[in-house]
Design a protein around this ligand. Structure first.
Ligand code: SF4
Length: 373
């Protein structure tokens, strides 16, 4: 608690805001790629206080939001088969697929259950030997070690009725695509501290030098973000291009060796489809051949596309454009009227890390005035 207070000290924050505004000679486009950081930026109101120095571009940091509709459709298809039990995290239940959500599929009779940890799947698979138990998991490198642990346990126990349906994303794969698209192309990137705590940040040097863009590893407190912005502006103003770490209390340069070993045992890089981005080369990961017996995408392939319904055509949600940083939620005609967290039209309003939900929560009444300068 004391530690958090230190990173929220009002005087330090105001000094940093003044220093950034003094250092910047123009408005720089800086993208943060983590939904947690987006929430901190919006909640603190620093966007307004840095208006002349920084244009924050809120990037694709929410794994739920970038999961393709087709993946939800596949899970729904699996749930229509009576001998299947689907397990997933609670935040996936309200995500719209092409036809419906998992909540709707559950209300129509699908055996879809929310679990708190992937490891809960082991117990459920043991209790239901006559059923196929399928864990649906999505995420970046931060959640992948959890899924890997599940697979290693399942293998050790020789469970034959447990499967995993994955949609896994690589932060560096996505970052590579940001600079190719002229409509996004930020001047610099604030990298997500929690991802770098798992992966290290060695890989960022090559992306930074390929596109001549500075990267700064940032934490999640407002002070962390401002330190990273200051460091970024310093590099941009001097024409320097490097990767710097402003989250040293958590992040080291190298990948954690235990995590590295688990990663390399279970996963390999692969092309991946993402909502808003299409298919990205090395945009994600797949299971290695050793774990193919647990891969629902390959073992249950014939069950993935059994279900078809009429595609909803009343949904003109533009969140796939918003999550790439090409628009902001207030440009959407439905924002805060027919689309709210209670009545979401798009996934970005469903999950708390989604940009539309973050705007709704933090910016609706323009009441943020935390730091008077
Ligand atoms: S406000 Fe709602 S409808 Fe508009 S882009 Fe966001 S999620 Fe979609």
């Amino acid at each position: 608690m004391i530690m958090n207070e230190e990173y929220r000290d009002k005087h330090k924050i105001i000094s940093l805001i003044k220093a950034i505004n003094k250092k910047a000679t123009r408005r720089w486009k800086i993208m943060e790629v983590c939904g947690g950081q987006t929430n901190t930026i919006l909640k603190s109101g620093i966007e307004e206080l840095l208006l002349d120095s920084v244009e924050f571009i809120h990037g694709p940091g929410c794994p739920v939001c970038i999961t393709p509709e087709q993946k939800i459709d596949e899970v729904i298809s699996l749930s229509t088969i009576p001998e299947n039990i689907i397990l997933t995290f609670g935040d996936m239940m309200r995500v719209p697929g092409s036809f419906k959500t998992l909540n709707e599929a559950k209300s129509e009779g699908g055996d879809i259950r929310v679990v708190y940890s992937p490891i809960d799947s082991i117990k459920i698979a043991k209790e239901n030997p006559d059923k196929k138990v399928i864990f649906f998991g999505i995420g970046f490198e931060t959640t992948m070690p959890l899924y890997a642990t599940l697979l290693l346990c399942a293998e050790k126990l020789s469970l034959r009725n447990l499967f995993i349906l994955h949609s896994l994303y690589s932060v560096t794969g996505i970052l590579n695509s940001l600079f190719i698209d002229e409509m996004i192309n930020p001047d610099a990137v604030l990298a997500a501290g929690h991802v770098c705590a798992v992966t290290g940040y060695d890989d960022y040097f090559q992306i930074s030098s390929s596109y001549n863009k500075p990267f700064v590893i940032a934490g999640f407190e407002v002070f962390d973000i401002l330190c990273a912005v200051y460091s970024t502006i310093e590099m941009l103003e001097s024409g320097e291009c490097d990767v710097k770490n402003e989250y040293t209390r958590t992040v080291g340069k190298k990948q954690n060796s235990v995590v590295k070993s688990v990663f390399e045992t279970v996963y390999e890089p692969a092309n991946q489809k993402l909502r808003g981005f299409g298919e990205l080369s090395n945009g994600g990961y797949r299971l290695k051949e050793r774990f193919e017996a647990y891969d629902a995408g390959s073992c249950l392939r014939s069950e993935l596309n059994k279900f078809r319904d009429t595609k909803k055509n009343d949904n003109y949600c533009m969140d796939s454009i918003i999550m790439c940083g090409k628009a902001i939620p207030t440009q959407c005609q439905y924002f805060a009227n027919s689309c709210t967290p209670m009545t979401p039209k798009g996934v970005s309003m469903v999950t708390s890390e989604g940009i539309c939900a973050a705007y709704y929560k933090n910016c609706l009444n323009n009441t943020i005035k935390k730091y008077e300068i």
